[in-house]
Design a protein around this ligand. Sequence first.
Ligand SMILES: [Zn+2]
Length: 637
Amino acid sequence: MSTSAREARRPEHRLSAAGPEVGIRYRIVPIDPHAHLFEVVLEIDDPDPDGQRVRMPAWIPGSYLVRDFARHVVAIEARAGKRRLDLAKIDRQTWQAAPCRGTLRLAYRVYAWDLSVRAAHLDANHGFFNATSVFLQVAGRESRACAVRIEPPPGIGGWRVATTLPRDGARAWSFGDYRARDYEELADHPVEMGRFTHARFMVAGVPHDIVITGRHDADLTRLARDLQKVCAAQARLFEPRGGKPPFERYLFLVMAVDEGYGGLEHRSSTALLCPRHDLPHAGMKGVPDSYRGFLALASHEYFHAWHVKRIRPAALVRPDLSRENPTRLLWIFEGFTSYYDELMLARCGLVESTDYLKALGHTISQVLRGPGRLAQSVAESSFDAWIKYYRPDENSPNAVVSYYAKGALVALCLDLEIRHRTGGARSLDDVMRLLWRRFGRAGAPGTDRSVDGCGGDGADAATTAEGLAENGFAPLVLEATGVDVAPLVEAWAEGTGELPLAAQLRAIGITLELEGADDGAPSLGLRLAARPEGLAIATALQDQAGMRAGLSGGDVLVALDGLRVRDEKCLKSMLARRRAGDIVEMHAFRRDELFTASVRLQAPVLTEATLKVDDRAPPAARLLRRGWLGPRARGGA
Ligand SMILES: [Zn+2]
């Protein structure tokens, strides 16, 4: 690796604004975009005299799955001065260098071809990385400051850099020197490089940038105007006085692709992946569902800047990146965020309240379609996210409940319960604000202390930035609202019974109607998937008709009563002509073996939810509904 010429420039790097004590320096170069390789050099000035260990994280905060990022380290070597050192791999993610004096220097390459928000990606069009995919942690020195030099790709001009990593000499949007207070901060500022479009808006004096990479024709003016409303509403939710967000700037890093979807939250930025057609185009009227989906994604990740990045479960305050860090509280941190992401779009007036109720109906249907809600609680789902929710298989709908979707419905039920019991005087918003004052504003990492009221609120200011204890939620709700929700948390979050959605919604003048899918046609109790080999069973739903007749996930359906089943539409038209209780012969392949199953068709399960505003609801209910949707909500409700 040709690094010696650059080494000569090292002194100013050492004596950078991060201070002369900075003894850990990273340098990253998108060295070979066609081979998708970043080159990284890590220098450690005072390595462990017993032999320094370095480790690649196993996971990235916000995405609760061990991904073993070390598997993309392609080549690695260690040197002290000119001398090459032995470097032993001692477990799947850790290396140990032979003891040495002076600066230890590690050089390695990282294969970056994961087009997601969680890892790293590089080609001749752009580069993207999270530190957890490219920068080794220096064992025992994770809390030390580090310097980071980001260099341009050799032979490619015109690239810029977008990141909220603090600059340490680099000019805005440029390659150059950056710094981080510790590895946790380093890992919390993803970096995008390439040619991108850019728009800016302000929230309470704080600049917010939107950077879009990938081909697109998005109306940036519209996008900035709409996101401004969402962000301002969220900042006001947490900080009613002044509405100032807790960071000095915020960055939406958007990668526009043909298909793909995802977002990952960070302390002052988010990485989003979305279909380019979800972005608004010039002259677009209203908010189509696709754009509403994008706004909800952006809203979700932005809400996380408070809720999970600063208000954190105690189990994730000092996460160990080498192994799973389970908590039973993801239903609060992901579920509540999922509840507020769409709700805030209605509250700030971007989305008609009827469209919001439609989206809420979809969430209810999503939960009701999965028998897994009766097998696993959202608290269990949170704890086992690492091995279940993030590792779905054909049985997941039967065994796993989403702490996002059901967590959002638990949030809804808690919110409506608090509003009902306090006559509208208190709500889940008060709970969020107390969580914020208690665990976030008082000094979580990355929090701008100039936030209005920060540190000046008596008892609240005296609290530390520790996280929410596993059993800390119900007492906090009691403190914030005077409502004892402990039995409800026990039933709704720790238990697997049905949520009282219809009753809760009725109390605010909204009716919940449930019907079967496919206009009430009889059902096989299967989830289907179009695959190259034909119409496959994705899941045979628990204790439903297909499973009872011996059909299974992975079987390929070929005929019903001797007639070929070409696709799902064809199958549905056949079922529509039959009645519940009829027995049909399903012909199917399991692997290469043809077999027949006699299925007694079942009445459709009532999973499809429709929410409607009840105009005849009593005035008290209507008042609660208006408080819930907020004064800016538009349309009917
Ligand atoms: Zn989330």
